[in-house]
Design a protein around this ligand. Structure first.
Ligand code: FES
Length: 139
């Protein structure tokens, strides 16, 4: 399987790995295809995502896409983070092998799950803003 240099770089040296203790939003999602899990932590001030970290039991492609996704939303507005798609993340990584595309969905969904948690904690209905985030699926 051929991975781009960017994928390898983010896999070997992932950015923003870890937890945020006083996170404003935490999202956990599972990948229905492989059973892997992703947890995303967001620190939010006003409308800005000031910090974000992730932990995953996913494969190398999941690590690389999450690493890139955190870089793409850090310092951005919530609105920008909601626009983040797995295809944009894959593009930023110069592509992924087709069998690994499902891994990149994990990062996008984890960001949305964390924003859902953020709004829920503030007693704001997240669904009109974030949309539906698939529940952790079991095969
Ligand atoms: Fe599970 Fe990639 S194989 S996230």
């Amino acid at each position: 399987m051929n991975y781009s240099e960017k994928v390898m770089d983010h896999f070997i040296n992932p950015r923003n790995v870890g937890e945020i203790e006083d996170a404003d939003g935490i999202g956990e999602v599972g990948n229905a295809k492989c059973g892997d899990i992703m947890k995303m932590y967001l620190k939010i001030e006003g409308e800005t995502i000031t910090d974000c970290k992730f932990k995953t039991f996913g494969c190398g492609a999941a690590v690389a896409t999450s690493s890139m996704a955190t870089e793409m939303i850090k310092g951005k507005s919530i609105g920008d983070a909601l626009q983040l798609t797995n295809s944009a993340v894959m593009e930023a990584l110069d592509g992924l092998p087709p069998v690994k595309v499902h891994c990149s969905v994990l990062a996008e969904q984890a960001v949305k799950a964390a924003l859902t948690d953020y709004y829920t904690k503030q007693c704001i209905d997240p669904e009109p803003i974030v949309g539906k985030v698939p529940e952790m699926e079991e095969e």
